[in-house]
Write a protein that binds this ligand. Structure first.
Ligand SMILES: NCc1[nH]cc(CCC(=O)O)c1CC(=O)O
Length: 318
């Protein structure tokens, strides 16, 4: 057995927490194994004052970590699946997807019990086009402003009253043990989460069989099926962070059920479909749902967004 493995991770509190969860799981599984963390600063961590949709390049939060993997500086990378682009560099692979945390979005509000009772004109902070479009669709009377930064920064800005509310992933708050901040949990059908939200992915060198064997016990098949369907959907749409795309799959009784959504930036147009398929058909399910949404009208939304000069195709979801 390999005596020592190095995990590459971003340096945010959430990324470190997630990397430590995997470190602890590996150490519990393999007594005597030494696991250390190597913090890597990514482009997404360096550029904080620009909306994610306008920061260039794909795999904003993963690229530098993938380089460290390919150089052999680290042996595995722990990512939030929603930051991982649909296509990985050839020498690397997603070896393992551990059990998913709550995939839903939550509202953290200053003085309200949910999205429905925020006063007209209330200011919502989010950097995600997906969240902004869905807020505007449900509550066109609210104001949405770009807000980036790590979880702790965003929570502080609501607490200090700079925003009336923010939308965050339940998973991040739960992993940090900050779920007390949650005002309301959004229904995943009504407010569709990001592709891969709540799931982690462990990326490794394809050829590194020793590391693949070490991480194999952390794999969770149902999560893998759900995330595979969601990512096939994203890939077929050719989309990412610069378009309001959402996708959420659930797994039960041999069936995967996928809901996909494409919206216009202003939230006025929303295309949403739900479909099921049997185990083994996850890729087809995701691709098929994407094609149906494109036919239904999503194609014209995507084309007009791609035509805008600051946008480029194939970017990660956020
Ligand atoms: N965009 C940053 C990011 N990447 C993953 C999570 C949450 C954890 C997860 O989805 O697993 C978050 C924070 C958020 O969106 O609130």
């Amino acid at each position: 057995m390999k005596p020592h493995v190095v995990i590459g991770t971003r340096g945010s509190l959430l990324a470190l927490r997630q990397a430590n969860m995997i470190k602890e799981a590996l150490e519990a599984q393999w007594p005597g194994l030494r696991v250390t963390l190597e913090i890597i600063k990514t482009t997404g961590d360096k550029i904080l004052d620009v909306p994610l949709a306008k920061v260039g390049g794909k795999g904003l939060f993963v690229k530098e970590i993938e380089e460290a993997l390919m150089d052999g500086r680290v042996d595995l990378a722990v990512h939030s699946m929603k930051d991982v682009p649909a296509v990985l560099p050839d020498p690397l692979t997603l070896a393992v997807v551990p059990p998913r945390e709550d995939p839903r979005d939550v509202l953290v509000a200053h003085r309200a019990s949910g999205l429905k009772d925020l006063p007209s004109g209330a200011l919502i902070g989010t950097s995600s086009l997906r969240r902004a479009a869905q807020i505007r669709h449900l509550r066109p009377d609210l104001r949405v402003e770009n807000l980036r930064g790590n979880l702790d920064t965003r929570l502080r800005k609501v607490r200090e009253g700079l925003y009336d509310a923010v939308i965050l992933a339940a998973a991040g708050l739960r992993r940090m043990d900050w779920q007390d901040a949650v005002t309301a949990v959004m229904d995943a059908q009504e407010f569709v989460p990001a592709i891969g939200q709540g799931a982690l992915g462990i990326e490794v060198r394809k050829q590194d069989l020793a590391v693949r064997e070490l991480v194999a016990p952390l794999h969770h098949e149902p999560t893998w099926r759900a995330v595979t369907a969601e990512r096939a959907f994203l890939h077929e749409l050719g989309g990412g962070c610069q378009v309001p795309i959402a996708g959420h799959a659930e797994v039960s009784d041999g069936t995967v059920t996928l809901t996909g959504l494409v919206a216009s930036l202003d939230g006025k147009i929303v295309y949403r479909l739900t479909q099921s398929a049997s185990f083994g058909q996850e890729e087809l399910l995701g691709r098929g749902l994407a094609r149906q949404l494109l036919e239904a009208g999503a194609r014209s939304i995507l084309e007009s967004l791609m035509a805008q000069e600051f946008l480029e195709p194939q970017r990660p979801d956020c």
